[in-house]
Design a protein around this ligand. Structure first.
Ligand SMILES: Cc1cc2nc3c(=O)[nH]c(=O)nc-3n(C[C@H](O)[C@H](O)[C@H](O)COP(=O)(O)OP(=O)(O)OC[C@H]3O[C@@H](n4cnc5c(N)ncnc54)[C@H](O)[C@@H]3O)c2cc1C
Length: 469
């Protein structure tokens, strides 16, 4: 197409959002509500990672694994044992049905006539113009929200042997007899437990010192203990040597404490992280600086080009969906209110949840964060194994840990490994939101017997420690 022709196709919008996933859709909605003329450009499939291949499909299949786990324990609860057998194809069908429902809703929102939706790949041709299929689009501001993709990991022989990422493994319909999980982050642990519970022999190979190595060590250790109890083999602190394969199995050779090990399985699941998806955006033409494949953004979500923002997984800050949404809203506000003080992201209440059994949840500062930032703190934890309601439920793995200021008792952070951790942490987030204290946790009424009342035990211990100080 000649430049004259493309000029004739040029459209103009106040805010152009590239990527209609969770972050991009939040930005588009916020900009539209502020009265802006908004374009969304998405290459498809429409729906975004969270709905299509992330949060929702994984939580759907994990429910089957959770029920399977309970059915296998029937005798422990005085019930006649059943011969529970998973039908992975039926689990995938249920997942697909629900994902379709969630995606239909999102797609209808994207096709709302109040947005101009361009279903094509976007590429910058200059700081204020992108090419989207046959259309040139000029924008006052841009919000890049193109998400992430599985990282390329250079382990000799891995590509040749073949592996699946979370994008593909969700559609596997025949459970493998055995699975090697490379990685120990949230995606790795959720899938590891899912497959173990439906009958696959699972081995985890994690490079970090513990599972979930971005959290305090006791968290990953508690989860590993629970996993080992249900037969998942967990290696931590490994370095990968190479992968070899035969027609029937793949073998990962690795080192742990200087000793060479190898484990073989029918399938390898690569869950060694994701990278920002910047492919093909031509950010050079936009004048946006990229360092080591990553976009740097300020707390106001602006890139090095003040009228171009980057939100969600693409900026690699916190690949968590509610934070992606918050970033999208912040960017759109700043794009549409240039004369007002910029809104910035406050990370004080950041949280991360993992939907294994036991669940894992953290909010605010960890002990590691406090040490790294020189922040004084008191901490106390209490095990679910000593908690009445958890004992009634037969869910005794894990603990609740609080991290508080030594002078005032203000709750700075919390970590929970245990039943319903992802629900329980929200009480603690609410207390942190209001700058509440350990003393407040003791004053807030907690019904008995509930899982929620467990937070009062470490709170009591913090208050005692403050009294002694
Ligand atoms: C297996 C898994 C489980 C997860 N579970 C959870 C969970 O339980 N809770 C949680 O909070 N987070 C979870 N996450 C993370 C969460 O899914 C992501 O943080 C979130 O979905 C990122 O949203 P986004 O809008 O940044 O990107 P995406 O949703 O990926 O959206 C990016 C969009 O950009 C489009 N696009 C890309 N390039 C272009 C281009 N050049 N031109 C036009 N369009 C383009 C794509 O088509 C896509 O629609 C999980 C992730 C994975 C992988």
């Amino acid at each position: 197409m000649s430049s004259q022709q493309s000029q004739s196709h040029e459209r103009r919008h106040d805010v152009v959002v590239i990527g209609g996933g969770s972050a991009g859709y939040a930005a588009a909605r916020t900009a539209r509500d502020a009265g802006a003329d908004v374009a969304i450009v998405d290459q498809g499939p429409l729906g975004g990672l969270c709905i299509l291949r992330g949060c929702m499909p994984t939580k759907t299949i994990l429910r089957s694994a959770e029920i399977m786990g309970l059915m296998k324990r029937a005798r422990e609860f005085g019930l006649a044992p059943v011969n529970a057998r998973a039908d992975l194809s039926a689990i995938v069908d249920r997942k697909n049905r629900l994902v379709q429902e969630f995606a239909d809703y999102r797609i209808a929102s994207l096709r709302d006539p109040r947005y101009a939706l361009y279903e094509s790949r976007a590429e910058f041709v200059s700081p204020h113009v992108i090419q989207a299929g046959g259309v040139r689009i000029r924008g006052e501001s841009f919000v890049i929200a193109t998400g992430s993709r599985p990282a390329d990991i250079a382990i000799p022989g891995l590509s040749e042997s073949g592996y699946l990422t979370s994008d593909e493994i969700l559609d596997v319909r025949h459970a493998p007899a055995s699975l090697l999980v490379l990685g120990g982050g949230l995606v790795a642990v959720e899938f590891a437990q899912f497959f173990a519970r439906i009958g696959t022999k699972v081995t985890m190979l994690q490079r970090g010192a513990t599972l979930l190595s971005d959290m305090d060590q006791d968290v990953g250790q508690a989860l590993a203990a629970a996993f080992q109890d249900e037969g998942i083999e967990v290696f931590t602190g490994v370095s990968f040597d190479q992968v070899t394969s035969s027609p029937t199995e793949k073998t990962v050779h690795f080192l742990q404490n200087g000793i060479v090990h190898s484990r073989s399985a029918e399938l390898i699941f690569h869950a060694l992280g994701r990278r920002p998806n910047l492919q093909g955006l031509n950010l050079d033409a936009a004048g946006v600086r990229v360092f080591d494949g990553r976009l740097a953004v300020g707390a106001d979500m602006r890139t090095s080009q003040p009228h171009i923002f980057a939100v969600g997984d693409v900026n690699d800050l916190t690949p968590i969906v509610h934070l992606a949404i918050q970033q999208g809203e912040t960017a759109a506000f700043n794009a549409t209110h240039p004369d007002e003080p910029a809104r910035v992201i406050d990370h004080r209440l950041d949280s991360e949840m993992v939907f294994t059994d036991p669940q894992v949840a953290m909010a605010g500062l960890s002990e590691r964060d406090c040490r790294a930032q020189g922040i004084p703190y008191l901490t106390a934890s209490y095990p679910f194994a000593d908690h009445g309601k958890a004992m009634c439920l037969g869910a005794t793995h894990g603990f609740v840990k609080l991290i508080c200021r030594p002078d005032t008792g203000e709750l700075l952070g919390a970590q929970i490994v245990g039943p319903e951790a992802a629900e329980l942490i929200h009480e603690l987030i609410a207390v942190m939101y209001f700058h509440g204290t350990a003393q407040d946790l003791l004053r807030i009424p907690h019904y008995h017997p509930t899982l929620a009342e467990i937070v009062t035990y470490p709170a009591e211990s913090i208050v005692e420690q403050m009294g002694r100080a």
